[in-house]
Structures are given as structure tokens and as C-alpha cells.
Design a protein around this ligand. Structure first.
Ligand code: FES
Length: 65
């Protein structure tokens, strides 16, 4: 599925950028170009970053338990 239609960037590519350390829309744009045109996908990118961070915190809680 495309996250960024303007630049044809897929969900997999955005998730890879986030997994590689991008933590803001600007960092995702720098990493894979998603969000670098009209900006309509910024909300989706932010949601994907937040989801990744929630999953990371959950993993840390499991490891700490
Ligand atoms: S949909 Fe991503 S910049 Fe337009």
C-alpha cells in the first residue's frame, strides 16, 4: 500500500525508514522521500512512527518483566 501517493512510497519503505531510526516526518522524508511533496501523508507517517514507538515500549516492558 502506498503511504505517500505523490512520490509512490510504500508502507514497507516507510516502516524500514522508521526501523532505521527516523522519528519525525522530516526524518522519514529525508530517508525515503515520503512526505516530500503535498504533505497529505504526514499524518499517516506520524501515526506509523507512534505505532512503532508503542511497539518498542511494549517490547521493553516484556524484556524488563
Ligand atoms: S501524499 Fe505524500 S507528499 Fe503528497
Amino acid at each position: 500500500m502506498y503511504v505517500c501517493v505523490c512520490l509512490a512510497v510504500t508502507e514497507e519503505t516507510v516502516n524500514a525508514a522508521i526501523a532505521d531510526g527516523a522519528r519525525t516526518s522530516a526524518e522519514v522524508t529525508a530517508a525515503c522521500r515520503a512526505g516530500g511533496d503535498c504533505g497529505a501523508c504526514h499524518e499517516m507517517i506520524q501515526s506509523m512512527i507512534a505505532s512503532h514507538e508503542r511497539a518498542q515500549k511494549k517490547r521493553l516492558r516484556v524484556i524488563a518483566a
